[in-house]
Design a protein around this ligand. Sequence first.
Ligand code: SAH
Length: 232
Amino acid sequence: MRDFGPQRESMVRRQIAARGIHDAALLDAMRHVPRERFVDASLQDYAYEDGPLPIAAGQTISQPYIVARMIEIARIAHGARVLEIGAGSGYAAAVMAQIAARVYTIERHGQLSDLARGRFDDLHYANIEVRTGDGTCGWAEAAPFDAIIAAAGGPDVPDALKQQLAIGGRLVMPVGRSLHHQRLVRVTRVDAVRFETREFDDVAFVPLIGTYGWAEEGARPMPSPSPDPFGP
Ligand code: SAH
């Protein structure tokens, strides 16, 4: 089998560390996960490029830097229990599973969750659980979580997800009124009733579709451009 090790090492240095991400556990995790195994065989040559790539069901595997940046903002550490909304290829879940104790990931497309589950089995990840369904409602039986990452963008942060955070837990999600442009937001649960919100980078994720996200494509007219939710 082809050795992608040098490309992976170069990705970590040039795309991640050079952009200011220095968390040793995170860099180490990215050095270990074979990203080429999370894309179609025809795209393996592009697996370490500095951008997202198409996967099945019209979705994308996120750019490596964005995966690292969300994990950094969510401050995922050893021993953490993590929930991911939007398993997609399974790549981000695998990176998180290198660091966290347990990763629960939900994907609305059964085709993608099946593929991701197969990859986790092949690569012997025993600490990832995959479920097909609407992640905007969370995974109540496995809550509370130290970190929740949404890998798709919604109009606002679902309350159901905030309620599944442990005290001190962080939720990171792309939020915006436009379907394809958002800002990364971190919500930290301060105590039972108080949450602190902070905004980070501008990003472009696929839409979060579900009960507490956008409506199913085609189910109702897509939203028209409206004022920036973080504006004055
Ligand atoms: N973390 C993924 C990125 C996937 S892109 C990776 O590393 O490859 C975002 C994914 O979110 C898509 O696969 C999309 O189908 C999924 N998604 C969108 N809305 C969702 C919802 N309500 N629940 C679960 N998954 C959802």
